[in-house]
Design a protein around this ligand. Structure first.
Ligand code: ADP
Ligand code: MG
Length: 326
């Protein structure tokens, strides 16, 4: 059945069940003009929003299924909440739906959203539904909270800080390439692209361990590290060899004869975290979270990022490896 046969209200009825995964904080959910929710005493509220457009952010049947799109539309928002050190609580969403879209595909889209919302105890408390004459567009806004005064901004990096990242970098862009080539295997890279894990637990640990600055890696390490350097007014010196890369990404880059650092610096959609903190605090964090890796240091400067490699230091532009002189 197509969405045009069931209509806007039939569609809302079909998806509104099973949308609350932490109902105690919801006063009014889907079904009224607005949602009403409770906030926690002593916490400040975080709001983020992200849009995905069919054809530019994903290609159904090639880079993603409808389930994946729903999952990822929420994941990218939860990653932004993690990047403030927060706990996600609720989402609202807007869908512009092609008139000939199958209800089964829309249901799959919602299953993907519900799957990740369930994992993190996040409520779906409202949305908007319009018909699109073109491709599907989905916008998700997420809300979360963090202890008052404890949100971790991009602007807090201090000279002497360790610069670190979580897990491995560049896998999502590698996964996208593998999917576009229609190649079997490389399950780790594909998973990194289709089901990124928002680093909420680590974001919370970074609050506990007093990280000074924090960003999620949605636009590539070059862009995100430059955002921290610029906002903080310090220089970041990264050790190229220290940046953690997965074995699958090495294999893939080698098999297509591409520079692995193209994926690392300019890839994007990793949804890992980059952060800076005092060296002692970093060591304590690393004992508890062994998947964090130091990749450099912050020092007094003008907001530039440098990459050190084989005794040479070069500027890393926000635009990434294209302008990266080796
Ligand atoms: P209004 O006309 O007052 O804006 P709508 O008729 O658009 O309300 O929506 C009715 C209810 O359904 C609201 O609670 C709204 O948040 C919810 N809703 C609408 N579209 C969606 C959607 N795509 N996903 C989830 N909830 C939705
Ligand atoms: Mg209304």
């Amino acid at each position: 059945m197509k969405i045009s046969e069931i209509g806007e209200f039939g569609f809302i009825d079909a998806v509104k069940e099973g949308t609350l995964f932490n109902p105690s904080s919801v006063v009014v959910g889907i079904g009224d003009d607005g949602a009403v929710y409770k906030t926690t005493e002593g916490m400040e509220q975080i709001a983020v929003i992200d849009t995905m457009v069919e054809g530019s952010h994903f290609i159904i049947g090639k880079t993603a299924s409808w389930f994946d799109v729903g999952y990822k539309a929420v994941a990218s928002n939860l990653s932004d909440i993690a990047a403030m050190g927060g706990i996600p609580t609720h989402i609202v969403l807007s869908t512009a739906i092609p008139t000939d879209m199958e209800m089964a595909d829309l249901t799959a889209l919602y299953e993907g959203m519900k799957d990740i919302c369930k994992t993190y105890g996040v409520n779906i408390i409202g949305g908007d539904t319009v018909l699109s004459k073109g491709a599907l567009v989905i916008t998700v806004a997420a809300f979360g909270e963090v202890e008052s005064g404890k949100a971790i901004c991009r602007s807090g990096a201090k000279p002497g800080d360790v610069v670190a990242v979580s897990h491995t970098i560049g896998d999502s862009a590698g996964g996208l390439d593998v999917l576009l080539h229609g190649i079997d295997g490389y399950t780790h890279l594909k998973k990194a692209h289709q089901f990124p894990t928002p680093q909420i637990q680590l974001g919370r640990a970074l609050v506990a361990y007093r990280a000074h600055s924090l960003n999620d890696i949605s636009d590539g390490l070059a862009s995100e590290s430059n955002e921290i350097a610029k906002a903080s007014g310090v220089d970041l010196i990264l050790d190229k060899e220290a940046i953690p890369c997965s074995e699958e990404l090495r294999q893939w880059a080698q098999s297509v004869q591409k520079d692995i650092y193209a994926y690392v610096f300019n890839g994007g959609e990793d949804y890992e975290l980059i952060f800076t903190m005092a060296p002692d605090d970093f060591e304590a964090l690393r004992r508890e979270y062994p998947y964090v890796t130091a990749i450099g240091q912050a020092r007094a400067g003008k907001g530039q990022v440098y990459v050190r490699h084989e005794g040479k230091t070069s500027v890393l532009q926000p635009t990434g490896w294209n302008h990266f002189h080796r």
